[in-house]
Design a protein around this ligand. Structure first.
Ligand code: BG6
Length: 288
């Protein structure tokens, strides 16, 4: 299908009726639904569906830089580029397609990108939806340059939640984190689980490979499983920042929480010819 700007979108469906929608603009997942048709990703009612803006919601990909931790524009350029369908991707080991609906995308730098970031790469992204309705984003980034380069990456996942005061995040206890609200200073998480009562903008460092977002009111839990992605971003703009964002409703911070699988603090370095793989798998489980 095409969106209103003529940009292709790919809809994945599994036999039970779950679905996911991916845009070639940014390689961004814009929707992920259960077999009952319930949307699991947040998209703002004020979102601007027009390039060069990434849509406020879904899963924009921050690459090759996270936030303003570097010389590039905020969150890097990949989320603002037109990706292509990769009709003939190199095989994956182990085979990652069995029983799944999937699409392979690829981003290669344009002349313009090479001027601001002079590194030739191929970024392959496979988005797949399993028979159980789990959504997986598998990235392969290859250095096809003659010199090494380093990058950061985050899958900036906007989860749809009932109410920010009803959710808690588990799996980040006792970790060190960088706080973007305090000159990127380093702190250590003290609490048992993470709950929310004000703006949060943090990068938790070296977490375990499973992080859970409990939504008490909806009686369900998002499970985030990750490989190659040591860090976890947690972001909620809260009241004041929400009002300053043109593509975000004043009260919408209550219905979203960003929890990103990421590699930020220690950037990833690839030698010529080397490839990095990162994997994010999202699922939901009922909880009490
Ligand atoms: C977060 C950053 O991950 O993304 C925040 O840590 C930022 O500082 C947010 O505000 C949204 O970024 P953007 O560029 O999509 O508005």
């Amino acid at each position: 299908t095409k969106d209103r700007n003529g940009i292709d979108q790919i809809v994945l469906r599994n036999p039970r009726g779950a679905s996911a929608r991916v845009s070639l603009f940014g390689g961004q997942v814009l929707s992920w639904r259960t077999d009952q048709g319930e949307e699991l990703l947040f998209t703002s009612s004020k979102a601007i569906f027009k390039p060069p803006n990434p849509v406020r919601g879904g899963i924009p990909i921050c690459f090759p830089q996270f936030g303003n931790r570097g010389a590039l524009e905020q969150h890097g350029f990949a989320r603002k580029k037109l990706w292509a369908i990769d009709y003939n991707p190199p095989p994956l080991h182990p085979n990652d397609s069995s029983g799944k609906a999937y699409v392979d995308l690829i981003l290669r730098p344009s002349e313009e990108d090479l001027k601001i970031w002079p590194h030739s790469f191929e970024f392959r992204l496979r988005v797949s939806l399993s028979a159980d309705g789990n959504l997986t984003l598998l990235s392969r980034i290859r250095n096809i340059n003659s010199k090494p380069f380093s990058f950061s990456i985050a899958y900036h996942t906007y989860f749809a939640i009932s109410d920010i005061s009803e959710v808690r995040v588990e799996g980040l206890e006792t970790l060190d984190y960088l706080d973007n609200l305090c000159q990127k200073e380093r702190f250590t998480e003290q609490g048992d689980t993470l709950t929310f009562e004000s703006e949060v903008d943090r990068v938790y460092l070296s977490s375990s490979d499973v992080v859970a977002v409990f939504d008490h009111e909806r009686k369900r839990t998002f499970m985030i499983r990750k490989e190659g992605l040591p860090d976890v971003v947690v972001w909620n703009p809260w009241e004041k920042k929400s009002k300053s964002m043109v593509d975000f409703g004043d009260e919408e911070y209550k219905q979203m929480l960003c929890v990103d699988g990421a590699a930020i603090e220690k950037s990833i370095t690839l030698k010529p010819g080397e490839e990095w793989t990162g994997r994010l798998e999202l699922s939901i489980v009922p909880s009490s």
